[in-house]
Design a protein around this ligand. Sequence first.
Ligand code: FES
Length: 106
Amino acid sequence: PTIVYVQVDGAERRVEVPSGQSVMLGAIQNNVRGIDAECGGCLSCATCHIYVDTAWADRLPAPDAAESELLDGVAAERRPTSRLSCQLTVGPALDGLIVHVPATQS
Ligand code: FES
């Protein structure tokens, strides 16, 4: 599946991410800037924060309680579309998913 990462300046990266891998890992392995993922995906750092594109917002399951709690601590503004990208698992249903990288993770 293809995941599209969009920077604040509008720069766009389209990356092939294998099914089963997280949106965070897809960014890290392809040097997409702006996603730090300091904890490596174990749901403790909140530096993998992204905004799901509004066109996709309704097509993803809501964050669970643990993710939602950590989202309260993100560096950039938390919005209704805020997610932690390590908790988004890529699969055929997410082909073409657009995520927006926030201005800062720290
Ligand atoms: Fe640390 Fe997602 S990588 S919470």
